[in-house]
Design a protein around this ligand. Sequence first.
Ligand code: UDP
Length: 248
Amino acid sequence: MTRRRIIYDGKAKTLYEGPEQGTLIQYFKDDTTAFNKEKHEILDGKGVLNNRISETIMLGLEAISIPTHFIKRLNMREQLVREVEIIPLEVVVRNIVAGSLAKRLGMSEGDRLPRAIVEYYYKDDGLGDPMVSEDHIAALGWAAPHEMDDIVSMSIRINDFLSGLFLAIGIRLVDFKLEFGRYYQNDTMRVILADEISPDNCRLWDARTGNKLDKDRFREGLGGVTEAYHEVAQRLGIFPGGQKGEES
Ligand code: UDP
């Protein structure tokens, strides 16, 4: 077997060089980390589930004309994606108070926000991904104002789409994190959605019981993490009648 060149080895995914110029292979690992890597576990089958969940969501977004890096799923753990220059921001969209928002502003977890809130964090593990404003982003040149316009409008559309998608399967979309990248094609550049959308970077609560169906189960040591991800996959229509992590 020939060894593929690793382009980037992240916490939950590895990016390998792709078969053609301008493509990469995104490999979903079972590694799960929280609190800036202080907590780390291998959760059997998590990567398989996130690969399928993210594929389903990216295809849905493509259907409403959100440009994404997703090209196709290759196998249980890998996707072919477009190579982008990652914009060093984590874009968080919130519908319901939870996590760092609850802590920072002393608000009660579970309160519905009057409207969706978009926040930006500078992607730097060494600094613990500090929150930044659009002014920091513009002044420090992380993204141009016209790129931020695209990022905000895509983030709001993605939130509306995902809120409806999850509501239809009895899940409340509390908040989620997005990453965007610059995609160069011939002489043009456009900002497209990158990374993944999965229970690793969304908060998903069962609409009836309030049960957490996302990475907070891992962060809070609640157990049943892959079972919860599997529940999300199953409700999305992935693995109809199949076994956990079964390829199809
Ligand atoms: N999030 C993420 N990666 C991060 C930080 C946050 O995917 O490095 C996601 C997280 O899963 C949640 C949302 O972004 O869905 C908002 O997270 P928050 O700011 O509340 O931070 P946390 O409480 O997770 O530290």
